[in-house]
Design a protein around this ligand. Sequence first.
Ligand code: IMP
Length: 195
Amino acid sequence: MRRIVFATNNDHKLYEIKKALNEKFEVVSLKEIGFNSEIPEDYETLQENAHQKAETVLDFLGEKFKGLVFADDTGLEVDALDGRPGVYSARYAGINCSFQDNVDKMLEEMTGIENRNAQFRTVIALVNHSSSNYFEGIVKGEILNSSQGNEGFGYDPIFSPNGFNESFAEMSIEAKNLISHRGMAVQKVVDFLIR
Ligand code: IMP
């Protein structure tokens, strides 16, 4: 089976991607390759950050590594906030903030706002030593008035995708992967690799 290194320190994302690529590719984690550092993401676009994450790990693996590395960067883009927090979604409530801090800040900032439309956007960078390719996934939905559900991570408890009555945090990983931003982008990666 083809192996792909996933450049993330987020165990929730790793689990989601392992489920999504199950049986098609073997997803190798940073722990498994012995990479234990923080991965920088200091750019102002999702694509540049995804590229930086994947390249950091590719450099670590060195010239002898002949396989593929991929990384994603995701932003929550809220219409009423002019697309914020976007590329700054991880540190929306401040540097080193928790998922809960971000959720609390979003609920507070959205208090009393009627237009709750928002979207998650993911860009995946898939790189090797000779090429880089990018894949985007978007899911539209709305910001709920309070947290719902205990699954998932990040902003999942306050995001409900269009056409569903529940939040991402009330869905199984399989159900979320079928419709989510990351699930869509991963499907494009699969189509690209097996074309
Ligand atoms: P990053 O791609 O890890 O930099 O994610 C940016 C921010 O969005 C972090 O706060 C994540 O927790 C959050 N995030 C990323 N993907 C998801 C998701 O699928 N659901 C909810 N929050 C997410």
